[in-house]
Every structure is written in structure tokens, then in C-alpha cells.
Write a new protein. Structure first.
Length: 187
């Protein structure tokens, strides 16, 4: 049976549910591109992938709630084995940097997935691994039926992180893909 990986490129191209902005970049644009590249890498490894936003103009839902529900419902009905939601972090502290991940609960398969992705992201990008935390209030983690993680790839409000995401998206894609492959014992 084929492995099925759902890649959710966080946010919509426009409101509702558009993402953060910083250093001249928009989160939804950065994660869209990184998600597409991640899916290409995984597909080349024989893993079946599905993107929440197959095109840059794909708009999900008519509100924040319906946007999040559309992503979760698609992954659940497709029967994904894992769910990876890609995001760019933001902070008022411009020096904040690195990658971190959230899961619904620690000591779970989702935590192992998140740890694998963060380790491989750090290797691929050189960004600091800020660790995995539990977040029970995130809809995409609470309502998915498979191990799920929300990955903050880097800080859009940090000039170095933002430029790296914009100019070297393949590094992030390779890191995420390698983390997924590692999770399934394929790296």
C-alpha cells in the first residue's frame, strides 16, 4: 500500500485566512512554493502526495474556520497517513530565528514526525531547531485523524530567515521531505 502524505501550505492567497508578512514577503507565497517542491521530491521517491493548494491562486473556504476545515476534511477523506502543515513564523523580536513545530500531544507519532522534520530542516537550511511543542488549540492538529504537525519553517520577520525561504525554497523542501522519509524509515 502506498504512503500518502498530505502537505498543507498554510493560509490562502488573500483573506480570509491570509498569512503573515515581513521583509517584503507573504507567508502564503513562500509556503506555497516550498510545499510544491516538497511534493515533487516525495513523489519522485514513490510517495503519493496531495497539496491543500495545488495552485498559487487556490482559495480554501470563505472564512478562517471554513478554510481550516477544508484542509482537514480533504486530508481525512483522502486517507492521508500523515499531515504536514507548512507555515512561516512571525515575531515582534526581529532577531527571532529558526524552525519549530507543533503537535496536538507530545509522546505521540506526531511528535516523532515533527522531530524528524525539524532535524532534517536544520541540516538542510542551517537554521536552529527550536523544538516541538504541544498545541491543543490548533484546528489542523486537533481535527486530523492521522499524525499531524504544523511546521514553522523560519521567521518571515527575520531578514535572514525570510531571504532564505524566498531565495532557497528547495533547501526547506528537501529538509521537510527528508524528515518525512526518515519518519517512514526511507532515508
Amino acid at each position: 500500500m502506498a504512503i500518502k502524505v498530505y502537505i498543507d501550505q498554510g493560509h490562502n492567497p488573500t483573506n480570509p485566512n491570509s498569512g503573515a508578512e515581513g521583509n517584503g514577503y507573504r507567508e502564503q507565497d513562500l509556503v506555497f512554493r516550498i510545499g510544491v517542491l516538497t511534493a515533487q521530491i516525495l513523489s519522485a521517491e514513490g510517495i503519493e502526495t496531495r497539496l491543500s493548494r495545488p495552485t498559487a491562486s487556490t482559495q480554501l473556504g470563505t472564512s478562517n474556520a471554513s478554510s481550516l476545515a477544508a484542509r482537514v476534511n480533504d486530508a481525512n477523506s483522502w486517507g492521508a497517513d500523515i499531515f504536514v502543515s507548512l507555515h512561516a513564523n512571525a515575531s515582534e523580536i526581529e532577531s527571532a530565528s529558526g524552525s519549530e513545530a507543533f503537535v496536538y500531544s507530545l509522546m505521540s507519532k506526531a511528535e516523532v514526525l515533527a522531530e524528524n522534520i525539524l532535524e532534517q530542516l536544520s541540516i538542510a537550511t542551517g537554521l536552529r531547531n527550536r523544538g516541538v511543542s504541544a498545541r491543543t488549540n490548533l484546528y489542523v492538529l486537533r481535527r486530523t485523524r492521522m499524525p499531524a504537525t504544523l511546521v514553522e519553517l523560519g521567521f518571515i520577520t527575520n531578514a535572514t530567515d525570510a531571504a532564505l525561504m524566498a531565495n532557497s525554497p528547495s533547501l526547506f523542501a528537501q529538509g521537510v521531505a527528508n524528515g518525512v522519509l526518515d519518519y517512514f524509515g526511507l532515508l
